[in-house]
Design a protein around this ligand. Structure first.
Ligand code: CTP
Length: 215
């Protein structure tokens, strides 16, 4: 099987020296990549800027902006059996990128932001896709309701929900996994690398079920 995995944050440029980003460490996505490789699968890892070494034996694609991540994902999605979109993609980018450094002024400045493209949703909208589509939902409140809404809105097969505050920049996580058929699983707090092994098994199992249904 081939896994396509996105991980880490994106950076949206304001000017040549500044950007908008978030606190994602990339650890969950990299742990899933390692677990899939350990289980003998191929991995295409599309990563935003993080402080982690690329897993050995993965096809590693380094990106910075949401637009670069969007293009890399669409270029490689059809060679994957399972797409796991774990990245914390910025929801907005500056409407204009200043070509020169914005100078400090005595009064304040406002930044006009424009929405980025939703990569997960764009894969969910693909007609007759053959890969299993897995998204993540990082929430600070109403985890189950918000994750379920994302599952339907983005037309995924699985959404892995987690507490945004508890998950960012830490080595541990706890997960709520929602499936398209309404099934739900909880995995209690554990190191991200242990969770990753569980997730890979769950994704493979779901992929097999999808294949059996289609045959
Ligand atoms: N995602 C994406 N492209 C975006 C934004 C999000 O592919 N431009 C994906 C993430 O990789 C994740 C899922 O969508 O798999 C949910 O991301 P999340 O940040 O939890 O939700 P948003 O859709 O951004 O909604 P909100 O920030 O309002 O919770």
């Amino acid at each position: 099987m081939t896994f396509l995995i996105t991980a880490g944050p994106t950076r949206e440029a304001i000017d040549p020296v500044r950007y908008i980003s978030n606190r994602s460490s990339g650890k969950m996505g990299y742990a899933i990549a390692e677990a899939a490789l350990d289980a003998g699968h191929d991995v295409i890892l599309i990563s935003g800027p993080v402080n982690l070494a690329p897993p050995r034996n993965s096809k590693f694609i380094s990106v910075s902006t949401s637009d670069e991540m969007f293009d890399a994902v669409h270029q490689h999605a059809d060679s994957a059996d399972i797409c796991v979109l774990c990245a914390a993609v910025a929801d907005y980018k500056p409407a204009q990128v200043s070509p020169t450094k914005i100078k400090k002024r005595a009064d304040g400045i406002s930044l006009e932001l424009t929405p980025t493209r939703d990569i997960l949703q764009s894969l969910g909208q693909r007609q007759s896709r053959k890969f299993l589509l897995v998204g993540f939902a990082a929430e600070t409140d109403h985890l189950e309701a918000n994750a379920r809404e994302k599952l339907h809105k983005k037309n995924c097969d699985i959404i892995v929900g987690n507490d945004a505050r508890a998950a960012m920049e830490t080595d541990e996580n706890e997960l709520l996994i929602l499936f398209r058929d309404g099934e739900m699983k909880r995995i209690s707090r554990a190191p991200k690398n242990i969770l990753a092994y569980e997730l890979v098994k769950i994704f493979l199992n779901s992929q097999q079920k999808c294949l059996t249904k289609k045959m």
